[in-house]
Design a protein around this ligand. Structure first.
Ligand SMILES: [Zn+2]
Length: 208
């Protein structure tokens, strides 16, 4: 009982890392597109996000600006031609800088099956290992995830990699052809390492 209480308290002390606000255009029309997407895929006619999950991604490229431009462009997906375009709430660059693109009260389209509950964190890079071994980048990523876990009382098991999306208890996809769709970024083995580091950071923040 005492241990459980201590853990709860420990989740309340992760400090907010420095975040650079660099918003992509997300006006009324993109919100309406997001609400229509949420209706079709989740049965929820809303663009409002109530975060329960954090999904880690990597961009597949080496440039922050390329990723930002892709998310800002709001282009339809190639398969269904649907809007809104993809986006993520955060991009963590290789130098450890954390950029926020979208407010945390708004859904972003980054993970099929989970956009209605998930904050998306992108990392500039081309593999899980590359990000895990980049000291500045992984440090910022863990600080960001720790702060979000604390702020929204997200369980560490719900900090997942994109490749783990299908096994999330929150996974939901009403559009049948996409019911088993996922991506290769952030596989289970690498996310076990990530979550262990995240637990260690939260314990350290709590002085345990
Ligand atoms: Zn991804």
């Amino acid at each position: 009982m005492f241990a459980a209480l201590a853990l709860t308290i420990s989740l309340a002390v992760a400090p907010k890392p420095h975040v650079i606000w660099k918003p992509i255009p997300y006006g009324p029309s993109r919100k309406a597109e997001m609400a229509a997407y949420a209706k079709k895929h989740y049965g929820i006619h809303s663009w409002r996000l109530h975060p329960k999950v954090i999904v880690e991604h990597y961009t597949g490229s080496n440039s922050f600006s390329a990723a930002w431009n892709t998310f800002a462009a709001n282009t339809p997906d190639p398969e269904l031609g649907e809007l809104p375009g993809t986006c993520a709430h955060f991009i963590v660059d290789r130098d450890g800088r954390i950029y926020q693109l979208v407010r945390l009260s708004i859904m972003c389209r980054h993970t099929v099956g989970l956009n209605y509950v998930a904050i998306g964190i992108e990392h500039v890079g081309t593999s899980d290992a590359e990000v895990l071994h980049d000291r500045a980048q992984i440090r910022s990523s863990l600080e960001l995830s720790a702060w979000l876990v604390d702020r929204f009382q997200i369980r560490i098991r719900n900090v997942i990699g994109h490749n783990e999306s299908l096994s999330s208890p929150y996974h939901k996809e009403l559009y049948k052809p996409w019911a088993h769709q996922t991506h290769a970024d952030w596989k289970h083995a690498d996310m076990r390492t990530y979550r262990a580091k995240l637990r260690a950071l939260l314990r350290q923040d709590a002085g345990l």
